[in-house]
Ligand binder design. Structure first.
Ligand SMILES: [Zn+2]
Ligand SMILES: [Zn+2]
Length: 180
C-alpha cells in the first residue's frame, strides 16, 4: 500500500473517495454513512451539508455516540441491566437474599425433619417482601422475598396438611375403635 500523501513516512490506511489520495489515520476524514475523505474533500462535503468528522474526533466521537445509541436501543429489555450489575443492596436486600437462600436450601432438609427452617425463611421473606420499597432494588427484593415466602408457605402448608391427615386418621381410628 502507498504511503500518505501528507506524511510520506506513514503508511496509508484508506483513500479519499473523491480524489483517491492515500491517507494515513491522521489525515483521514469521515463523512456521514462512513464516507472517507481527504481534508480538502471533507471540507467540500461539509459545505454541501454533510456531517464531517475530523481524524481527531473520529476515535473518541463516533464509537462513543454509536455506543450510546446502542445502549439506548438495547435498554428496552428490562432484565438486561439487572444481569450485569454486581450484587449491591442494603439490609432489606440482604433479608430477602438470606430468606431466599434459607428457604431453598432448607426445602430438602425439612422433609422428615422436626427442625424446619422454611418457617424462618418465610418470616424473613415476608419482612423483606413488605419492606421491599425501602431496599435498593425493590423488584429484586420483592422477587426473592416472594420466593422465600412461597417456598416457606408451601412447606408449611404441606406440614399442616400432614398434621390434618394424621389427625383425621387418628380420629377415624378412634371413631372406628369405639364404634359398635
Ligand atoms: Zn480528496
Ligand atoms: Zn497523513
Amino acid at each position: 500500500m502507498r504511503n500518505c500523501v501528507n506524511h510520506p513516512e506513514l503508511e496509508s490506511i484508506e483513500r479519499c473517495e473523491v480524489c483517491d489520495d492515500p491517507l494515513c489515520s491522521l489525515c483521514l476524514w469521515y463523512g456521514e454513512k462512513g464516507h472517507r475523505y481527504c481534508e480538502t474533500h471533507a471540507q467540500a462535503a461539509r459545505l454541501q451539508g454533510e456531517q464531517i468528522f475530523s481524524p481527531n474526533t473520529y476515535a473518541e466521537g463516533i464509537p462513543a455516540s454509536l455506543a450510546v445509541s446502542d445502549g439506548r436501543s438495547s435498554a428496552g429489555g428490562s432484565e438486561g441491566q439487572a444481569g450485569e450489575k454486581m450484587y449491591t443492596g442494603n439490609q432489606q436486600d440482604l433479608y430477602a437474599f438470606v430468606a431466599a437462600a434459607i428457604a431453598v436450601v432448607s426445602l430438602a432438609s425439612c422433609f422428615g425433619g422436626i427442625y424446619c427452617l422454611p418457617f424462618v425463611g418465610a418470616i424473613l421473606g415476608g419482612i423483606a417482601f413488605f419492606n421491599a420499597d425501602k431496599s435498593v432494588d425493590p423488584k429484586r427484593t420483592r422477587l426473592m422475598g416472594g420466593i422465600a415466602l412461597g417456598v416457606g408457605g408451601v412447606v408449611i402448608a404441606v406440614i399442616v396438611l400432614f398434621i390434618l391427615i394424621y389427625g383425621a386418621i387418628i380420629i377415624s381410628a378412634l371413631v372406628a375403635g369405639t364404634a359398635p
